[in-house]
Design a protein around this ligand. Structure first.
Ligand code: SF4
Length: 387
């Protein structure tokens, strides 16, 4: 059994815990049960963003030099706009504050820990006794944390190996996710990074020897393609089913089990959406689940087939009342138009004054794991005591 290019850093949350998924994916791909991955427009947008960032860092350019450039990637064509340039600038500036000679988009060999495996490290350099790496994530859908990130640690291991195994003290990992959470950092000692490498060696040995297990979890299953197989993944279905089953008996639910289920709520919701989709597909294919049928949905929102003609008729009848009241643009849009930048004059005085007027509402309490960096909120009773 070989694992060539199967244990990719981007899939580490899956294969390092749900070790049985590796062979199952091989089988399902091999017999055509899971289709080959299609490229998508959003993925190609990410590829273009990486290309622009790479050229900027290699040749000392700024992303704004590329505005209007038409770049093709993965079968799609994308025109670089101001928004992409703005999004890329912060991460590029951060790298430049630290080094003028980063290694960019380099293939790193992970063989010392995962024989035959490799990855692409977006950016890495050595700065005194620190080894920083930076990973661009252009997606806007889901925030990716730097802390505890296995993909980043694998890139860091690969880059440390690529850089000749320097005797640095620590490794600074950065996720540059301009459209979801911005710049995120995690610094660990080289010792801790190498200990993680040892863990990965053990995982590899288990996968190679067949000593594997299915271990569903939100992180492992999130992008696992076994979910796309007809009927989904049996191990994951059983795991979710058990949580739904537990919910039937809330009195007997321990606080630990309740928190476990709450932590996996998004997975349960995704599963229900998948079931709904499958059930609808079966009905549309003429094989409805017993007791169900597909019918036409409610009509969509009304719209004018000729918007210009409708506007002319309305303004003739109502004058200015034909329009909605004017509304201020949002703060994000104001930031784009008013905040001065490297290549944008903006309105510095207005921006400075506006900043004195900006405030944020308190966030609603939310549940996070106990080891989260934020301090726990005080119970209400203690807050009254303080008063
Ligand atoms: S869907 Fe989840 S449990 Fe099933 S193989 Fe993939 S990672 Fe493992």
């Amino acid at each position: 059994m070989t694992a060539h290019a199967r244990l990719s850093p981007s899939g580490a949350d899956r294969w390092s815990t749900c070790t049985a998924s590796v062979a199952l994916l091989d089988r399902l791909r091999g017999n055509g049960t899971i289709p080959e991955r299609d490229s998508s427009e959003w993925a190609s947008e990410g590829t273009v963003a990486h290309e622009v960032r790479e050229i900027c860092l290699d040749f000392g350019l700024d992303p704004h030099h590329f505005v209007g450039a038409v770049i093709s990637a993965d079968g799609f064509t994308y025109t670089v706009d101001e928004s992409m340039a703005d999004h890329l600038q912060t991460g590029i500036d951060w790298v430049r504050e630290h080094t003028g000679t980063p290694h960019v988009e380099i293939r790193v060999d992970l063989s010392p820990w995962l024989p035959g495996q490799f990855g692409t490290c977006d950016t890495g350099w050595i700065e005194g006794d620190v080894l920083p790496i930076s990973d661009l994530k252009y997606g806007a859908g889901e925030q990716v944390d730097a802390i505890g990130n296995k993909q980043l640690r694998l890139y860091a291991l690969g880059y440390w190996h690529y850089a000749g195994r320097p005797a640095v003290k620590s490794v600074l990992m950065n996720i540059d996710q301009p459209r979801a959470g911005g710049m995120k950092y995690w610094e660990i000692t080289l010792e801790d990074l190498l200990a993680f490498g040892e863990e990965m060696k053990l995982v590899y040995a288990k996968i190679m020897s067949g000593d594997v297990e299915f271990k569903p979890s939100t992180k492992a299953c999130r992008w696992c393609e076994v979910r796309k197989a007809p009927g989904g993944c049996a191990a994951r279905n059983q795991w979710l089913d058990q949580m739904a089953e537990d919910r039937k008996n809330p009195v007997g639910l321990s606080p630990e089990r309740r928190w476990y289920i709450v932590q996996h709520a998004s997975e349960i919701r995704a599963w229900l959406a998948e079931l709904h989709e499958e059930s609808l597909r079966a009905a549309l294919d003429g094989n409805p689940d017993p007791g169900s049928k597909a019918v036409a949905g409610d009509l969509g929102d009304r719209y004018f087939t000729d918007a210009k003609k409708a506007e002319a008729l309305l303004t003739a009848a109502l004058g200015v009342d034909a329009y909605k009241p004017r509304q201020l643009i949002g703060i994000t849009e104001i930031e784009k138009q008013v905040k001065p930048g490297k290549r944008k004059q903006g309105h510095p005085e207005t921006w400075a004054e506006l900043l004195t007027l900006v405030d944020r509402a308190e966030g609603k309490p939310k549940l996070v794991p106990a080891d989260h960096l934020k301090p726990a909120l005080k119970p209400f009773a203690d807050q009254f005591d303080d008063l």
